[in-house]
Write a protein that binds this ligand. Structure first.
Ligand code: SAH
Ligand code: SF4
Length: 359
């Protein structure tokens, strides 16, 4: 199979309906197939036992069911984080991570193989861009881990193995693959299909302003996170090259417009890097930008990567940074780094695998 061949997960419901109609199939078949795909999470055409064999064969020939092949599958030493490096049919690779918490199970998915944005501290950015994912390839990552959770539920029914959150914070810039992203979001939250609450989905962007504006107009209930990381243009541009194109004086108004149009609280992501963006000056500048904006600042200590020389902030520096935000009443929280031993940061597993191969 080549990348250009659509998988069944790429189709919208009405596209499936018209394909089946074109084959002379009864109208109820589309609903039946949709249910196999998104309610029962069938992972093969053989499993779709209520479909006649000739229909299953034709579907298999024209629409391959899935495109993700697990290549590396790692569980963190504490058992709470699982990361898979998937190969796509054209050998592009993406990473997907499942993070289990006491009450939540969050899957972190990719929207592109690689990324063209070149953020200096990001392993994906350091590896460059391969290609956009099709909407089905985005959706399939969620279904894969949901299936795994359902299996775990059968084995240990007392534990909580429900998928509760989806974050688009894996490889790639979601807003640089806008059309496929929106298709995937609709498919995930489709009430007659997978029916995953949009409020439990979060899209993270590096700050592509025109797309933030467009996203505001979509009126989805999906959460938005903006990777801020610095509150002055010089520093931000040195870390996130996109800031030269969309500096803070256009980014922050777009965030304000999003919050006031949608009444949704947006998140600012901030990777704390020692002596770079964890200074009192940056904390004060951030408080200034965030004042009066319906937002929450997510602080996360930097995950070290091969191509970047910075270190994670110390506990003392993090506390000092947070105390400035607190004093200015800027809501903030510190996220724990997960699965460091399995390179669970964005793009890090692929980077580690390539490094292993080069020695
Ligand atoms: N491209 C999107 C989404 C994927 S990155 C974006 O940039 O928002 C998901 C988040 O991980 C972003 O906030 C990104 O800045 C952050 N990130 C990337 N590399 C990191 C690292 N080494 N340590 C901590 N956070 C990192
Ligand atoms: Fe791309 Fe996001 Fe990494 Fe920047 S942080 S290089 S936008 S994946």
């Amino acid at each position: 199979m080549t990348k250009s061949q659509s998988s069944l997960y790429d189709l919208k419901f009405d596209e499936l309906q018209s394909a089946l109609q074109g084959w002379g199939e009864a109208a109820f078949r589309a609903k039946q197939i949709w249910e196999w795909l998104y309610v029962r999470l069938a992972d093969s055409y053989e499993a779709m036992t209520s479909l006649p064999k000739p229909l299953r064969d034709r579907l298999a020939a024209e629409y391959p069911l899935g495109r993700l092949t697990p290549k590396i599958d790692l569980l963190s030493s504490d058992g709470w984080t699982r990361k898979i490096l998937f190969a796509l049919p054209d050998q592009a690779q993406i990473e997907t991570v499942l993070m289990e918490y006491d009450t939540r199970n969050t899957v972190c998915i990719s929207t592109q193989a690689g990324c063209a944005m070149g953020c200096t501290f990001c392993a994906t950015g350091q590896g460059g861009f391969q290609r956009n994912l099709a909407s089905g390839e985005i959706v399939e990552q969620v279904l894969f881990f949901d299936r795994e959770l359902r299996k775990a539920n059968l084995q240990l029914p007392t534990a909580n193995h429900q998928l509760t959150n989806v974050v688009l914070m894996g490889m790639g810039e979601p807003f640089a693959n806008y059309h496929q992203l929106i298709g995937a979001l609709h498919r995930l939250s489709d009430p007659i299909g997978y029916n995953f609450g949009a409020r439990r989905i979060t899209v993270s962007t590096v700050g592509l302003v025109p797309m933030i504006e467009r996203f505001t107009e979509e009126h989805l209930q999906v959460n938005l996170a903006v990777s801020l990381h610095a509150a002055t243009n010089d520093l931000r541009a040195s870390m996130l090259p996109i800031n030269k194109r969309y500096p803070l004086e256009v980014l922050i108004p777009a965030c304000r417009a999003y919050a006031s149009a949608t009444h949704r609280r947006l998140s600012f992501e901030w990777a704390l890097i020692e002596n770079v963006n964890d200074t009192p000056e940056q904390a004060h500048a951030l408080a200034q930008l965030a004042k009066g904006l319906l937002c929450h600042v997510n602080l996360i200590p930097l995950n070290p990567t091969h191509g970047y020389n910075g270190a994670a902030s110390t506990r003392e520096r993090i506390a000092a940074f947070r105390s400035i935000l607190d004093a200015q009443h800027i809501p903030n929280s510190l996220r724990v780094r997960r699965g460091i031993d399995i390179h669970a940061g964005c793009g890090q597993l692929k980077q580690a695998q390539n490094a292993d191969h080069s020695v």
